[in-house]
Ligand binder design. Structure first.
Ligand code: HEC
Length: 105
């Protein structure tokens, strides 16, 4: 019983630990231009989350935007350059974090 509780605590720590790591990655690489709940230079992360959560390939599409960039989707002249500094594994974990923003509500 004691060990089961311990195992549960460790599992929680791992889950919250990885969500925290993805959030840090997003803060470092994306939040210069994107804000959580408001459109700035780029659309709000929460709006991106809602848009792609409805799509079963949403995670892959976000990864593609990170790797290839985006142009004129959210408005004429709007552009996001490809994020060459973000590798595929990091892009995936950022995409998961973005999608998780709309699952919370
Ligand atoms: C230099 C500024 C900048 C940075 C850094 C940046 N973005 Fe963007 N992002 C934009 C802009 C501007 C747009 C709108 C582009 C468009 O309308 O096509 C955009 C659009 C997007 C979209 C598409 C939204 C849609 O409706 O299809 C996604 C997804 C996205 N960004 C995710 C990210 C992620 C994840 C990161 C970090 C890895 C990031 N962005 C970093 C400026 C930025």
């Amino acid at each position: 019983m004691k060990y089961a509780a311990l195992g549960f605590a460790v599992a929680c720590l791992l889950v919250s630990g990885s969500a925290f790591a993805s959030e840090e990655l997003a803060k470092k690489n994306c939040m210069v231009c994107h804000q959580l709940d408001k459109a700035g230079m780029g659309p709000a992360m929460q709006d991106i989350s809602k848009k792609y959560a409805a799509d079963k390939e949403g995670e892959q599409k976000i990864v593609t935007v990170i790797q290839k960039g985006s142009k004129d989707v959210t408005g004429p002249g709007k552009m996001m350059a490809p994020m060459a500094a973000v590798n595929e594994a990091d892009a995936k974990s950022i995409a998961k974090w973005i999608l998780s923003l709309s699952e919370k509500k």
